[in-house]
Design a protein around this ligand. Sequence first.
Ligand code: ADP
Length: 267
Amino acid sequence: MIVVKVGGSAGIDYDAVCADLAARWKAGERLILVHGGSGETNRVAEALGHPPRFVTSPSGYTSRFTDRQTLEIFEMVYCGKMNKGIVERLQRLGVNAVGLSGLDGRIFEGRHKDSVRAVENGKVKVLRGDHTGTVERVNTGLIELLLGAGYLPVLTPPASSYEGVAINVDGDRAAAALAVALRADALLLLSNVPGLLRDYPDEASLIREIPAGDVEAYLEFAQDRMKKKVLGAAEAVQGGVKRVIFGDARAGQPVTAALEGAGTVVS
Ligand code: ADP
């Protein structure tokens, strides 16, 4: 089983990702796709007059402050436009894909965090009314049902809180939790960069290999959102996933290239 996560940043070639996935699926590989949608969510939120608000925690992690209206815009884009766009591409390629969010069948479950600590103008503030959380449990029943019946699952945040409230969760870490729960052979985190760069944004500074026991030491090279990918990779290998690969989704055959070792390989 291979879990492929494709991000939501500018430059990602979803046609290329879907074509590559479809070919591998038809050749008999077992796959699940998890996707993001942050770039498009930012555009739609601006257009709807509710621009995105990003907050940075005291430990340096950036996240989207998700009030109820933001959550609804998030769902429109992630579960609507992005998810159905990917499912449509796969269907056109002859793959019977089914798109679901983490709320559906409670595939992704976690604790609702209503408040977030954010550094603003050098001061730490507590912001309330947040709809975020972290995936703590993956309920694989529905996914196994779908895979067993020949469907390719296409999953996206939000997740469900234990109380059944939609929560915005990080897609990379959700994909990592899924890979652990399914005992996947590999987790691919595909984005708009060649992999983890030692000296971002210099693409020539690609880190080719990271020993599995040493992933957290590489957090120092990752800025802002890349940190979550490194954290997800650490969680996946600690949970028993043999290989995590940060790969490039901008062109070519992104899944095949990553599996052949083209990005940053954590193993
Ligand atoms: P996605 O939505 O595609 O999953 P993110 O935007 O969450 O991707 O994270 C990838 C981004 O992280 C890259 O586009 C890049 O701008 C940024 N980044 C920060 N530090 C690094 C680094 N050391 N190597 C690669 N990318 C980095």
